[in-house]
Design a protein around this ligand. Structure first.
Ligand SMILES: C[S@@+](CC[C@H](N)C(=O)[O-])C[C@H]1O[C@@H](n2cnc3c(N)ncnc32)[C@H](O)[C@@H]1O
Length: 467
Protein backbone atom coordinates (compact mmCIF):
# COMPACT_ATOMS: atom_id res chain seq x y z
CA UNK A 1 0.00 0.00 0.00
CA UNK A 2 1.44 3.41 -0.99
CA UNK A 3 1.42 6.51 1.24
CA UNK A 4 -1.54 8.12 -0.49
CA UNK A 5 -3.57 4.93 -0.19
CA UNK A 6 -2.94 4.76 3.54
CA UNK A 7 -3.79 8.43 4.09
CA UNK A 8 -7.04 8.15 2.13
CA UNK A 9 -7.98 4.98 3.90
CA UNK A 10 -7.43 6.47 7.35
CA UNK A 11 -9.08 9.77 6.46
CA UNK A 12 -12.27 7.97 5.46
CA UNK A 13 -14.30 7.55 8.72
CA UNK A 14 -16.45 4.77 7.29
CA UNK A 15 -13.37 2.63 6.81
CA UNK A 16 -11.49 3.66 9.94
CA UNK A 17 -13.29 1.11 12.11
CA UNK A 18 -12.10 -1.69 9.88
CA UNK A 19 -8.56 -0.61 10.54
CA UNK A 20 -8.76 -1.13 14.26
CA UNK A 21 -8.81 -4.86 13.74
CA UNK A 22 -5.75 -4.77 11.51
CA UNK A 23 -2.49 -5.78 13.01
CA UNK A 24 -0.86 -2.70 14.56
CA UNK A 25 2.53 -3.91 13.41
CA UNK A 26 1.38 -4.29 9.79
CA UNK A 27 0.23 -0.69 9.84
CA UNK A 28 3.47 0.49 11.36
CA UNK A 29 5.40 -1.30 8.66
CA UNK A 30 3.18 0.14 5.93
CA UNK A 31 3.62 3.67 7.29
CA UNK A 32 7.40 3.33 7.35
CA UNK A 33 7.35 2.10 3.76
CA UNK A 34 4.89 4.76 2.69
CA UNK A 35 7.28 7.54 3.72
CA UNK A 36 9.78 6.23 1.19
CA UNK A 37 7.19 6.21 -1.58
CA UNK A 38 7.89 6.60 -5.28
CA UNK A 39 7.88 10.42 -4.80
CA UNK A 40 10.66 10.19 -2.22
CA UNK A 41 12.41 6.83 -2.51
CA UNK A 42 15.37 8.15 -0.54
CA UNK A 43 13.18 9.62 2.21
CA UNK A 44 15.07 8.01 5.13
CA UNK A 45 18.39 9.51 4.02
CA UNK A 46 17.19 13.03 4.89
CA UNK A 47 19.68 14.50 2.46
CA UNK A 48 20.39 18.18 2.99
CA UNK A 49 19.88 17.82 6.73
CA UNK A 50 22.89 15.61 7.10
CA UNK A 51 24.80 17.41 9.77
CA UNK A 52 22.58 19.99 11.34
CA UNK A 53 19.67 19.53 13.65
CA UNK A 54 16.61 20.97 12.00
CA UNK A 55 16.61 23.92 14.37
CA UNK A 56 19.61 24.96 12.33
CA UNK A 57 22.48 24.60 14.71
CA UNK A 58 24.25 22.51 17.26
CA UNK A 59 26.07 23.59 20.39
CA UNK A 60 29.06 21.32 19.92
CA UNK A 61 30.06 19.21 16.92
CA UNK A 62 29.87 15.82 18.64
CA UNK A 63 31.14 13.08 16.31
CA UNK A 64 28.59 11.04 14.35
CA UNK A 65 25.51 12.94 15.48
CA UNK A 66 22.26 11.33 14.40
CA UNK A 67 20.08 13.03 11.85
CA UNK A 68 17.54 14.76 14.04
CA UNK A 69 14.52 14.85 11.67
CA UNK A 70 14.98 11.18 10.90
CA UNK A 71 14.70 10.26 14.57
CA UNK A 72 11.68 12.55 14.79
CA UNK A 73 10.03 10.80 11.84
CA UNK A 74 10.59 7.39 13.46
CA UNK A 75 8.90 8.60 16.64
CA UNK A 76 6.02 10.06 14.60
CA UNK A 77 5.39 6.81 12.75
CA UNK A 78 5.38 4.90 16.04
CA UNK A 79 2.95 7.38 17.61
CA UNK A 80 0.54 6.98 14.70
CA UNK A 81 0.11 3.33 15.61
CA UNK A 82 0.92 2.97 19.29
CA UNK A 83 -1.80 4.32 21.54
CA UNK A 84 -1.02 6.04 24.85
CA UNK A 85 2.05 7.89 26.12
CA UNK A 86 5.44 6.80 24.84
CA UNK A 87 8.62 6.77 26.94
CA UNK A 88 11.79 7.05 24.84
CA UNK A 89 15.20 5.68 25.84
CA UNK A 90 18.52 6.34 24.11
CA UNK A 91 21.24 4.31 25.86
CA UNK A 92 23.95 5.78 23.55
CA UNK A 93 22.63 9.31 23.78
CA UNK A 94 25.75 11.17 22.58
CA UNK A 95 24.90 14.85 22.26
CA UNK A 96 21.18 14.25 22.83
CA UNK A 97 19.58 14.23 19.37
CA UNK A 98 16.92 11.70 20.39
CA UNK A 99 16.04 13.65 23.51
CA UNK A 100 15.47 16.85 21.53
CA UNK A 101 13.04 15.03 19.22
CA UNK A 102 11.26 13.38 22.17
CA UNK A 103 10.87 16.76 23.89
CA UNK A 104 9.47 18.33 20.73
CA UNK A 105 6.67 15.78 21.00
CA UNK A 106 6.18 16.15 24.76
CA UNK A 107 7.37 12.61 25.53
CA UNK A 108 9.03 11.27 28.66
CA UNK A 109 12.63 10.49 27.81
CA UNK A 110 15.87 9.16 29.24
CA UNK A 111 19.39 9.12 27.84
CA UNK A 112 22.61 7.52 29.03
CA UNK A 113 26.16 7.54 27.74
CA UNK A 114 29.56 6.51 29.06
CA UNK A 115 31.14 9.78 27.95
CA UNK A 116 30.84 12.60 30.53
CA UNK A 117 31.04 15.23 27.78
CA UNK A 118 28.09 13.59 26.01
CA UNK A 119 26.09 13.50 29.24
CA UNK A 120 26.78 17.19 29.80
CA UNK A 121 25.85 18.15 26.23
CA UNK A 122 22.65 16.13 26.34
CA UNK A 123 21.72 17.86 29.61
CA UNK A 124 22.32 21.27 28.06
CA UNK A 125 20.36 20.32 24.94
CA UNK A 126 17.46 19.23 27.13
CA UNK A 127 16.94 22.92 27.89
CA UNK A 128 17.69 22.52 31.61
CA UNK A 129 18.85 26.16 31.90
CA UNK A 130 15.75 27.77 30.47
CA UNK A 131 14.39 29.13 33.76
CA UNK A 132 17.34 31.60 33.76
CA UNK A 133 17.59 34.92 31.97
CA UNK A 134 20.21 33.59 29.56
CA UNK A 135 21.31 36.88 27.88
CA UNK A 136 22.07 38.51 31.23
CA UNK A 137 23.76 35.36 32.57
CA UNK A 138 25.94 35.44 29.45
CA UNK A 139 26.76 39.11 29.97
CA UNK A 140 27.90 38.24 33.51
CA UNK A 141 30.16 35.37 32.52
CA UNK A 142 31.68 37.45 29.74
CA UNK A 143 32.44 40.33 32.08
CA UNK A 144 34.05 37.94 34.63
CA UNK A 145 36.13 36.53 31.78
CA UNK A 146 37.21 40.04 30.76
CA UNK A 147 38.31 40.74 34.34
CA UNK A 148 40.39 37.56 34.43
CA UNK A 149 42.05 37.89 31.02
CA UNK A 150 45.77 38.43 31.39
CA UNK A 151 45.62 37.54 35.11
CA UNK A 152 46.19 33.78 34.74
CA UNK A 153 49.19 31.87 33.43
CA UNK A 154 48.75 29.13 30.84
CA UNK A 155 48.86 25.69 32.55
CA UNK A 156 52.12 23.85 31.93
CA UNK A 157 50.98 20.22 32.11
CA UNK A 158 51.95 17.91 29.25
CA UNK A 159 48.53 17.83 27.61
CA UNK A 160 48.06 21.59 27.55
CA UNK A 161 51.54 22.35 26.25
CA UNK A 162 51.23 19.73 23.55
CA UNK A 163 47.74 20.55 22.30
CA UNK A 164 47.38 24.33 22.82
CA UNK A 165 49.43 27.38 21.94
CA UNK A 166 50.42 29.19 25.15
CA UNK A 167 48.44 32.36 24.26
CA UNK A 168 45.33 30.22 23.58
CA UNK A 169 45.88 28.27 26.80
CA UNK A 170 46.09 31.49 28.86
CA UNK A 171 42.79 32.68 27.36
CA UNK A 172 41.14 29.31 28.01
CA UNK A 173 42.40 29.36 31.62
CA UNK A 174 40.70 32.73 32.17
CA UNK A 175 37.50 31.59 30.47
CA UNK A 176 37.45 28.36 32.45
CA UNK A 177 37.92 30.27 35.75
CA UNK A 178 35.10 32.66 34.79
CA UNK A 179 32.73 29.77 34.12
CA UNK A 180 33.71 28.02 37.38
CA UNK A 181 32.62 31.10 39.32
CA UNK A 182 29.03 30.85 37.99
CA UNK A 183 26.80 29.53 40.78
CA UNK A 184 24.12 27.62 38.85
CA UNK A 185 25.39 24.24 37.58
CA UNK A 186 22.99 24.26 34.61
CA UNK A 187 24.43 27.62 33.49
CA UNK A 188 27.98 26.36 33.97
CA UNK A 189 27.10 23.39 31.76
CA UNK A 190 25.74 25.71 29.08
CA UNK A 191 28.92 27.83 29.05
CA UNK A 192 31.08 24.69 29.20
CA UNK A 193 29.39 23.47 26.02
CA UNK A 194 30.39 26.69 24.23
CA UNK A 195 33.90 26.45 25.69
CA UNK A 196 34.07 22.85 24.40
CA UNK A 197 33.41 24.09 20.87
CA UNK A 198 35.97 26.90 21.31
CA UNK A 199 38.51 24.28 22.41
CA UNK A 200 37.71 22.06 19.43
CA UNK A 201 38.25 24.96 17.04
CA UNK A 202 41.29 26.45 18.79
CA UNK A 203 43.51 23.48 19.71
CA UNK A 204 46.51 22.22 17.77
CA UNK A 205 44.55 19.14 16.69
CA UNK A 206 43.10 18.68 13.23
CA UNK A 207 39.38 19.27 12.68
CA UNK A 208 39.21 16.72 9.87
CA UNK A 209 39.24 13.73 12.23
CA UNK A 210 37.83 13.17 15.72
CA UNK A 211 41.13 11.44 16.52
CA UNK A 212 43.65 13.77 18.20
CA UNK A 213 46.21 14.36 15.46
CA UNK A 214 48.55 17.31 15.05
CA UNK A 215 47.74 20.08 12.62
CA UNK A 216 50.53 21.05 10.26
CA UNK A 217 52.73 23.70 11.96
CA UNK A 218 51.67 26.38 9.46
CA UNK A 219 48.09 25.95 10.63
CA UNK A 220 49.00 26.03 14.32
CA UNK A 221 50.21 29.61 13.83
CA UNK A 222 46.78 30.74 12.51
CA UNK A 223 45.05 33.76 14.13
CA UNK A 224 42.85 32.57 17.02
CA UNK A 225 40.57 34.93 18.93
CA UNK A 226 39.23 32.91 21.87
CA UNK A 227 37.26 35.82 23.29
CA UNK A 228 35.44 36.53 20.03
CA UNK A 229 34.80 32.81 19.46
CA UNK A 230 33.34 32.23 22.90
CA UNK A 231 31.14 35.34 22.64
CA UNK A 232 29.77 34.26 19.27
CA UNK A 233 29.24 30.58 20.14
CA UNK A 234 27.70 31.29 23.53
CA UNK A 235 25.33 33.82 21.95
CA UNK A 236 24.31 31.25 19.37
CA UNK A 237 23.79 28.67 22.14
CA UNK A 238 21.56 31.14 23.99
CA UNK A 239 19.43 31.75 20.92
CA UNK A 240 19.11 28.00 20.18
CA UNK A 241 17.99 27.31 23.75
CA UNK A 242 15.68 30.30 23.92
CA UNK A 243 13.97 29.16 20.72
CA UNK A 244 13.68 25.64 22.13
CA UNK A 245 12.21 26.79 25.42
CA UNK A 246 9.72 29.07 23.61
CA UNK A 247 8.60 26.11 21.52
CA UNK A 248 8.25 23.96 24.65
CA UNK A 249 6.28 26.69 26.40
CA UNK A 250 3.99 27.03 23.34
CA UNK A 251 3.31 23.32 23.31
CA UNK A 252 2.53 23.46 27.04
CA UNK A 253 5.41 21.25 28.12
CA UNK A 254 7.21 23.69 30.40
CA UNK A 255 6.10 24.33 33.94
CA UNK A 256 8.16 26.86 35.95
CA UNK A 257 10.96 26.42 33.42
CA UNK A 258 10.89 22.66 33.88
CA UNK A 259 10.08 20.07 31.19
CA UNK A 260 7.26 18.35 33.06
CA UNK A 261 6.83 15.12 30.97
CA UNK A 262 10.18 14.19 32.55
CA UNK A 263 13.66 13.78 31.16
CA UNK A 264 16.81 12.31 32.69
CA UNK A 265 20.36 12.05 31.41
CA UNK A 266 22.84 9.89 33.28
CA UNK A 267 26.37 8.62 32.94
CA UNK A 268 25.96 4.87 32.52
CA UNK A 269 27.47 1.96 30.69
CA UNK A 270 24.98 0.54 28.19
CA UNK A 271 26.13 -2.94 29.24
CA UNK A 272 24.58 -2.37 32.67
CA UNK A 273 21.91 0.29 32.48
CA UNK A 274 20.71 1.65 35.85
CA UNK A 275 18.01 -0.27 37.70
CA UNK A 276 15.97 2.95 37.78
CA UNK A 277 15.40 2.38 34.03
CA UNK A 278 14.21 -1.22 34.38
CA UNK A 279 11.07 -1.64 32.24
CA UNK A 280 11.11 2.08 31.38
CA UNK A 281 11.02 2.35 27.58
CA UNK A 282 8.17 2.04 25.11
CA UNK A 283 10.79 2.62 22.46
CA UNK A 284 14.56 2.30 22.49
CA UNK A 285 15.63 4.79 19.83
CA UNK A 286 19.37 4.87 19.38
CA UNK A 287 22.47 4.61 17.20
CA UNK A 288 24.98 2.34 18.92
CA UNK A 289 28.69 2.46 18.05
CA UNK A 290 29.55 0.47 14.89
CA UNK A 291 32.61 -1.11 16.37
CA UNK A 292 35.09 -0.41 19.12
CA UNK A 293 35.81 3.28 19.59
CA UNK A 294 39.57 2.96 19.06
CA UNK A 295 39.28 1.81 15.46
CA UNK A 296 35.83 3.07 14.45
CA UNK A 297 34.90 6.46 15.91
CA UNK A 298 37.06 7.64 18.83
CA UNK A 299 34.38 9.53 20.80
CA UNK A 300 36.64 9.56 23.85
CA UNK A 301 39.54 11.19 22.03
CA UNK A 302 37.22 13.74 20.47
CA UNK A 303 36.10 14.69 23.98
CA UNK A 304 39.45 14.61 25.73
CA UNK A 305 40.71 18.12 24.91
CA UNK A 306 37.46 19.93 25.88
CA UNK A 307 37.38 17.93 29.13
CA UNK A 308 40.84 19.28 30.06
CA UNK A 309 39.25 22.70 30.58
CA UNK A 310 35.84 21.76 31.95
CA UNK A 311 35.22 21.06 35.63
CA UNK A 312 34.25 17.41 35.13
CA UNK A 313 32.21 17.44 38.36
CA UNK A 314 29.74 19.58 36.43
CA UNK A 315 29.31 17.04 33.63
CA UNK A 316 27.86 14.00 35.41
CA UNK A 317 27.75 12.32 38.80
CA UNK A 318 29.92 9.37 39.91
CA UNK A 319 32.52 9.48 37.14
CA UNK A 320 34.89 6.52 37.62
CA UNK A 321 38.46 7.82 38.14
CA UNK A 322 39.92 5.69 35.35
CA UNK A 323 37.53 7.13 32.73
CA UNK A 324 39.56 10.26 32.04
CA UNK A 325 43.11 9.16 32.89
CA UNK A 326 44.41 9.57 29.35
CA UNK A 327 43.15 10.50 25.92
CA UNK A 328 42.46 6.81 25.26
CA UNK A 329 40.88 5.68 28.55
CA UNK A 330 37.30 6.50 27.61
CA UNK A 331 37.58 4.60 24.35
CA UNK A 332 39.16 1.62 26.15
CA UNK A 333 36.21 1.49 28.54
CA UNK A 334 33.63 1.79 25.73
CA UNK A 335 32.04 -1.15 23.88
CA UNK A 336 34.74 -3.50 22.61
CA UNK A 337 37.48 -1.17 23.87
CA UNK A 338 39.31 -3.91 25.72
CA UNK A 339 40.28 -7.16 24.10
CA UNK A 340 40.37 -8.81 27.54
CA UNK A 341 36.73 -9.83 27.10
CA UNK A 342 37.59 -11.67 23.86
CA UNK A 343 37.91 -15.21 25.19
CA UNK A 344 36.37 -18.21 23.50
CA UNK A 345 34.25 -18.73 26.63
CA UNK A 346 32.71 -15.29 26.13
CA UNK A 347 32.54 -15.31 22.33
CA UNK A 348 31.19 -18.83 21.69
CA UNK A 349 27.74 -18.28 23.26
CA UNK A 350 27.29 -15.06 21.25
CA UNK A 351 28.40 -16.73 18.03
CA UNK A 352 25.90 -19.53 18.74
CA UNK A 353 23.10 -16.95 18.65
CA UNK A 354 24.13 -15.35 15.34
CA UNK A 355 24.97 -17.34 12.20
CA UNK A 356 26.22 -14.13 10.49
CA UNK A 357 28.66 -13.52 13.32
CA UNK A 358 29.74 -17.16 13.28
CA UNK A 359 30.63 -16.91 9.57
CA UNK A 360 32.53 -13.67 10.10
CA UNK A 361 34.50 -14.99 13.06
CA UNK A 362 35.53 -18.10 11.08
CA UNK A 363 36.84 -15.89 8.27
CA UNK A 364 38.64 -13.51 10.64
CA UNK A 365 40.31 -16.35 12.52
CA UNK A 366 42.03 -17.38 9.29
CA UNK A 367 43.29 -13.81 8.69
CA UNK A 368 44.42 -12.49 12.00
CA UNK A 369 43.95 -13.43 15.64
CA UNK A 370 44.10 -9.76 16.57
CA UNK A 371 41.14 -8.89 14.29
CA UNK A 372 39.22 -11.94 15.60
CA UNK A 373 39.77 -10.70 19.16
CA UNK A 374 38.88 -7.12 18.37
CA UNK A 375 35.62 -7.96 16.61
CA UNK A 376 34.82 -10.66 19.18
CA UNK A 377 35.33 -8.25 22.09
CA UNK A 378 33.03 -5.74 20.45
CA UNK A 379 30.19 -8.20 19.91
CA UNK A 380 30.52 -9.69 23.41
CA UNK A 381 29.99 -6.20 24.82
CA UNK A 382 27.37 -5.33 22.22
CA UNK A 383 25.30 -8.44 23.00
CA UNK A 384 25.40 -7.51 26.68
CA UNK A 385 24.22 -3.99 25.79
CA UNK A 386 21.36 -5.44 23.68
CA UNK A 387 20.19 -7.52 26.66
CA UNK A 388 20.47 -4.48 28.87
CA UNK A 389 18.27 -2.51 26.43
CA UNK A 390 15.64 -5.24 26.72
CA UNK A 391 15.79 -5.08 30.52
CA UNK A 392 15.18 -1.32 30.31
CA UNK A 393 12.17 -1.64 28.03
CA UNK A 394 8.53 -2.65 28.43
CA UNK A 395 7.45 -6.16 27.36
CA UNK A 396 5.78 -4.81 24.18
CA UNK A 397 8.43 -2.17 23.41
CA UNK A 398 9.79 -1.28 20.00
CA UNK A 399 13.47 -0.87 19.27
CA UNK A 400 14.59 1.43 16.45
CA UNK A 401 18.29 1.08 15.90
CA UNK A 402 20.37 2.98 13.33
CA UNK A 403 23.30 0.75 12.47
CA UNK A 404 26.28 0.79 10.16
CA UNK A 405 28.21 -2.09 8.71
CA UNK A 406 31.98 -1.80 8.33
CA UNK A 407 34.90 -3.84 7.10
CA UNK A 408 37.72 -5.15 9.23
CA UNK A 409 40.79 -6.41 7.37
CA UNK A 410 38.69 -6.37 4.23
CA UNK A 411 35.99 -8.57 5.79
CA UNK A 412 32.44 -7.24 5.83
CA UNK A 413 31.11 -6.94 9.41
CA UNK A 414 27.33 -7.29 9.07
CA UNK A 415 26.33 -5.37 12.22
CA UNK A 416 22.69 -5.13 11.17
CA UNK A 417 22.29 -8.88 10.52
CA UNK A 418 24.11 -9.76 13.74
CA UNK A 419 21.83 -7.38 15.66
CA UNK A 420 18.73 -8.87 14.11
CA UNK A 421 19.88 -12.39 14.99
CA UNK A 422 20.92 -11.53 18.54
CA UNK A 423 17.50 -10.02 19.18
CA UNK A 424 15.68 -12.87 17.41
CA UNK A 425 17.36 -15.28 19.82
CA UNK A 426 15.69 -13.30 22.62
CA UNK A 427 12.27 -13.52 20.97
CA UNK A 428 12.34 -10.00 19.49
CA UNK A 429 10.73 -9.74 16.05
CA UNK A 430 12.09 -7.74 13.10
CA UNK A 431 9.27 -5.58 11.69
CA UNK A 432 11.09 -3.63 9.02
CA UNK A 433 14.51 -2.73 7.68
CA UNK A 434 15.11 0.77 6.30
CA UNK A 435 18.15 1.76 4.29
CA UNK A 436 19.68 5.21 4.15
CA UNK A 437 22.75 6.96 2.80
CA UNK A 438 25.17 7.63 5.63
CA UNK A 439 25.86 11.23 6.66
CA UNK A 440 29.37 12.28 5.68
CA UNK A 441 30.37 13.12 9.27
CA UNK A 442 29.72 9.55 10.37
CA UNK A 443 32.12 8.25 7.76
CA UNK A 444 35.08 10.08 9.20
CA UNK A 445 36.33 7.45 11.55
CA UNK A 446 39.89 7.09 12.66
CA UNK A 447 42.40 6.91 9.86
CA UNK A 448 42.90 3.28 10.54
CA UNK A 449 43.04 1.34 7.34
CA UNK A 450 42.21 -1.95 9.06
CA UNK A 451 38.67 -0.74 9.77
CA UNK A 452 36.35 1.22 7.47
CA UNK A 453 32.75 2.24 7.77
CA UNK A 454 30.49 1.74 4.77
CA UNK A 455 28.53 4.51 3.01
CA UNK A 456 25.04 3.42 4.02
CA UNK A 457 23.16 2.75 7.21
CA UNK A 458 20.38 0.40 8.17
CA UNK A 459 17.55 1.21 10.55
CA UNK A 460 16.16 -1.92 12.18
CA UNK A 461 12.63 -1.67 13.54
CA UNK A 462 12.14 -4.45 16.08
CA UNK A 463 9.40 -5.34 18.51
CA UNK A 464 9.37 -7.27 21.76
CA UNK A 465 6.58 -9.79 21.83
CA UNK A 466 5.63 -9.61 25.47
CA UNK A 467 8.77 -11.51 26.48
C1 LIG B 1 26.82 6.93 17.46
S1 LIG B 1 27.19 7.73 18.97
C2 LIG B 1 25.69 8.41 19.42
C3 LIG B 1 25.53 9.76 18.80
C4 LIG B 1 24.21 10.38 19.17
N1 LIG B 1 23.13 9.61 18.63
C5 LIG B 1 24.11 11.82 18.72
O1 LIG B 1 23.25 12.16 17.90
O2 LIG B 1 24.93 12.62 19.16
C6 LIG B 1 27.51 6.42 20.04
C7 LIG B 1 27.70 6.79 21.51
O3 LIG B 1 27.93 5.59 22.25
C8 LIG B 1 28.70 5.93 23.37
N2 LIG B 1 29.21 4.68 23.97
C9 LIG B 1 30.19 3.85 23.55
N3 LIG B 1 30.30 2.80 24.38
C10 LIG B 1 29.36 2.97 25.34
C11 LIG B 1 28.96 2.21 26.47
N4 LIG B 1 29.57 1.06 26.79
N5 LIG B 1 27.94 2.67 27.22
C12 LIG B 1 27.31 3.83 26.92
N6 LIG B 1 27.66 4.60 25.87
C13 LIG B 1 28.67 4.17 25.10
C14 LIG B 1 29.74 6.88 22.83
O4 LIG B 1 30.27 7.67 23.88
C15 LIG B 1 28.90 7.69 21.84
O5 LIG B 1 28.42 8.86 22.44
Amino acid sequence: MGSKAIECFIDDPSKAAALTSMDETTLLRESLRARASSDAPDYWSFRGTERARDDGNVLFQYPAMMVSPMQGALIDVLREHKPGPIAVLDPFVGSGTTLIEAMRRGLTAAGTDLNPLAVMLARVESAEATSHDLPSALAQVRSRYDELRGELEAPTDKWTTRWFRSDVAAELAALSAAIRSEEAPELRRLWWSSLAEVVRLSSNARLSTPKIQNRPSGEIARPIDVRERFGRLAKRAVSILEARSEALARSGHLSSGCYWPGLTVELADARSLPSSLAGFADVVLTSPPYGDNHTTMPYGQASFLPLLWIDVRDTAENIPGELLESSRSLDTLSLGGSRLTATSDAIDPIVARSPSLARLMRRLEKHSHEAWQRVGAFFVDYATACDSMLASSKPDAHLMLTLGDRTVRGEHVPTASVTEELFASRGVRLLETLHRAIPRNKRIASRNESSKTIGSETVLILKREGN
